[in-house]
Design a protein around this ligand. Structure first.
Ligand code: NAD
Length: 354
């Protein structure tokens, strides 16, 4: 009996995140070969070959990702490059008919994110965004409880994330960052709010500053926003890069019947407070049987038709890109900005994000 050929995979950007994702993909039991990789820094390709234990076709020019895609008969492409480059990389890969795994933030800007999502839909290929929290028990369980109506109608939220974030290398360069910390680690927190609640972003108003330990950086480091979601729920999103010490977060979702709370201060736990009794319940955490382990696993299993559900399709990338764009524009203009006005640029509206 003929054996199935391994998936032929090519990577664009083989730095920290890229190398980690590529190693996971290459180790998937369903079979994936890294046949080519592009990085403008050749030492990253040397390191990747060491990590994999085998070599591949190498591309090192800034536009060489195009030749990599054209020359290697790839099935799938991974995009792990600085934020503002994602757009040209993903457009080329989609046009070439490749399945795509792309790091967050998918593409910067509401209109461009909508454009690439429509392109992918037309091609009918697989596209998945690397938001790994969709595969983590506290967030997954919170989404499930909200969907089951456990906290009633969502009326409010508080989303806080702080990280010692100096904006090193390209992250500190406006040409590549696409919106500083709000667009970097902050992207995950916008995503889990929208994903857990299954609501769309409607408007934002707030402020950003570029200070890190007293130094004025070229990109946005700290942000505080009042955000409104499609059902009228309103709340605060606070994303800070200027904190002494390590990473911490605190996410609370308020509903008509109770609150869900998860935070690094509580550890790996999900707490449910009941409005009627004010009692706090520690929710047991587990993932459903057969749920993919991570975005890389989901990607390979989708290509191999071992699972049917894409847990982070591109539409989640558009929702987040729209909210990020809305917050950035609000801070830059000093006014309340609606997502609809940004989506209009792509001939779209909120209903296209559903
Ligand atoms: N999901 C997560 O938790 C998570 C964590 C870290 C990083 N990321 C994301 O991964 C992406 C990369 O971040 P990183 O931390 O790995 O950065 P990095 O600097 O370690 O890696 C980026 C790589 O892209 C390469 N590169 C730059 N321009 C290129 C081009 N034109 N063609 C090919 N390669 C090019 C760089 O040389 C570098 O090796 C970003 O989108 C980032 O937000 C996600």
């Amino acid at each position: 009996m003929a054996t199935q050929k391994n998936i032929r995979f090519g990577a664009i950007g083989c730095g920290n995140a890229g190398t980690h994702r590529i190693r996971l993909l290459a180790g998937n039991a369903l079979g994936l070969d890294v046949v080519a990789a592009a990085d403008v820094n050749p030492s990253r390709l040397d390191n990747l070959a060491d990590v994999l234990g085998y070599d591949f076709e190498r591309y090192t020019g800034a536009q060489d990702y195009q030749r990599m895609i054209d020359e290697n008969d790839l099935d799938a492409v991974g995009i792990f490059t600085p934020h503002t480059l994602h757009y040209e990389h993903v457009v080329y890969a989609i046009e070439a008919g490749k399945h795509v795994l792309i790091e967050k933030p998918m593409v910067c800007g509401a209109a461009k994110a909508m454009e690439v999502t429509r392109m992918l839909e037309k091609q009918g290929t697989i596209g998945i965004v690397h938001y790994q929290r969709h595969y983590m028990a506290p967030f997954h369980k919170a989404r499930e409880l909200i969907r089951k109506g456990k906290i009633g109608e969502v009326t409010g939220f508080f989303v806080y994330m702080a990280q010692d974030w100096p904006g090193r290398e390209w992250r500190g360069d406006p040409e590549f960052s696409g919106g500083g910390q709000l667009n970097d680690s902050g992207s995950h927190y916008q995503d889990i709010l929208l994903w857990m609640t299954d609501l769309l972003p409607k408007s934002a108003e707030g402020n950003l500053d570029n200070y890190y330990q007293g130094d004025l950086k070229k990109v946005e480091v700290n942000g505080s926003f009042n955000v409104e979601l499609s059902n009228g729920a309103a709340g605060r999103i606070l994303i800070l890069g200027d904190i002494l010490g390590g990473f911490c977060d605190d996410v609370r979702i308020r509903g008509t019947k109770g609150d869900l709370m998860m935070s690094t201060f509580h550890g790996e736990r999900l707490l449910l407070r009941d409005n009627a009794t004010n009692k706090i319940e520690d929710i047991p955490l587990s993932m459903p049987k057969g749920y993919p382990a991570c975005p890389c696993d989901n990607f390979v299993k989708l290509i191999r038709k071992k699972v049917k559900i894409n847990r982070v399709p591109f539409i989640f990338g558009v929702r987040v890109a729209t909210l990020t764009d809305c917050m950035l524009t609000a801070a830059r203009t000093g006014r309340k900005v609606t997502c609809d006005e940004l989506l209009a640029e792509a001939g779209a509206s909120l209903k296209d994000l559903a």
